[in-house]
Design a binder for this molecule. Structure first.
Ligand code: AMP
Ligand code: TRP
Length: 353
């Protein structure tokens, strides 16, 4: 017989939350690092997928382009196979509770915690005095996004790991600071779960096609550095053909990819698109020259991305439909958000209607 276990901890309903910023066109890194996982998790979890427009405006966004970018991310979600009826798809600014909970978290998180965020340091660079306050507070809004729904699992790319750790720290400090009040209001001993990052597979960090040491990113000035979700077959072929490589043939084992960032990146992309491991990709293509491997990669990338790209283009012809999907999602998200905010106000001691 096993010894009796300790009293069960508060149980949280398993729920997935994630978001993508509408700050430029989505690329292969977003697709493999995030969207593929979003689609997969629909089978096993209740999922909430957000277009995080309030995060996007932490840096300047042209007001004429932002609505298009918001609809574009939404269209990518739908085209990739996210079901907005079974799950929830919406844009962050339609549910005001995100900003409201973020304020409470601004009062829970410590300045020292935010000072450690590497993404802020990278984005602010030497111009620290001149970036927005929002860019600095960005991670507390992200914690609010997740914890507003008391989400337990968060699929993201590798670059978001530190932000997820901060979300866990905020949840824990809130639970500790307000422990007595949480219990007094009948919520047991913890109010927020510790959200778990889901960072898995061969492509959690897709690199630039021009430089295997730099992340593929929306903000890279060179469009040749990334494959966009709406690139056509010829553009994808050209970008892969021009992708930086080294003169060696592909190794047959993963160890042979060490110190070959560009080769490693292309093999990782291939493996992720084919849904196989890097080791298996190398079993198939080890010994090949890049010319042959790039041809195989192009064929695979086109076969996966082109149907999505053309569906995005089709959906973008009908913005009213996209807006209706977002409005419906926002309404359903808000029902959950309102309940959480009521409880948070009671726990913090704010008088409410
Ligand atoms: P963002 O474009 O910054 O809003 O990122 C949206 C999602 O895509 C997040 O989960 C990121 O971690 C992920 N992501 C962004 N760029 C990459 C990349 N180069 N490789 C893998 N995942 C990425
Ligand atoms: N910070 C994330 C990114 O840039 C986007 C994001 C905002 C997010 N809120 C989130 C991701 C909540 C997961 C969960 O990629």
């Amino acid at each position: 017989m096993n010894a009796p276990t300790a009293a069960p901890k508060a149980q949280f309903k398993q729920r997935v939350f994630s978001g993508i910023q509408p700050s430029g066109s989505l690329h292969l890194g977003n697709y493999l690092g995030a969207i593929v996982k979003f689609v997969e998790l629909q089978k096993s979890h209740d999922c909430i997928y957000c277009v995080v427009d309030l995060h996007a405006i932490t840096v300047w966004q042209d007001p004429a382009e932002l609505p298009v970018a918001i609809r574009d991310v939404t269209a990518c979600y739908l085209a990739a196979g996210i079901d907005p009826k079974k799950h929830i798809v919406f844009n962050q600014s339609q549910v005001a509770e995100h900003a409201e909970l973020a304020w409470v978290f601004n009062c829970v998180a410590r300045l020292g915690w935010l000072n450690r965020m590497t993404q802020f340091k990278e984005k602010a660079g030497k111009d620290r005095e001149n970036v927005s306050v929002g860019l600095f507070a960005y991670p507390t809004l992200m914690a609010a996004d997740i914890l507003l729904y008391r989400a337990t699992h968060v699929p993201v790319g590798e670059d978001q790991k530190q932000h997820l750790e901060l979300s866990r720290d905020i949840a824990q400090k809130f639970n500790n600071d307000f422990g007595k009040s949480i219990a007094a209001h009948g919520h047991g001993d913890v109010f927020f779960p510790q959200p778990e990052p889901l960072i898995q597979g061969p492509a959690t960090r897709v690199m630039s096609l021009r430089d295997g040491t730099k992340k593929m990113s929306k903000s890279d000035p060179s469009d040749q550095s990334r494959i966009n979700m709406t690139d056509d077959a010829d553009t994808i072929a050209l970008k892969i053909r021009r992708a930086k490589t080294d003169p060696e043939a592909l190794p047959s084992e993963e160890k042979g990819l060490e110190h070959r960032p560009e080769a490693d990146n292309l093999v990782s992309i291939y493996a992720a698109l084919a849904d196989i491991s890097k080791a298996d990709a190398l079993k198939q293509h080890g010994g090949a020259q890049f010319s042959a491997f790039k041809a195989a990669l192009t064929e695979l990338a086109v076969s996966k991305l082109q149907p999505i790209g053309s569906e995005v283009n089709r959906l973008m012809q009908d913005p009213a439909h996209i807006d209706a999907v977002l409005a419906d999602g926002a309404e359903r998200a808000q029902q959950i958000a309102t309940e959480t905010m009521k409880a948070v106000k009671d726990i913090v001691g704010l008088v409410r209607r």
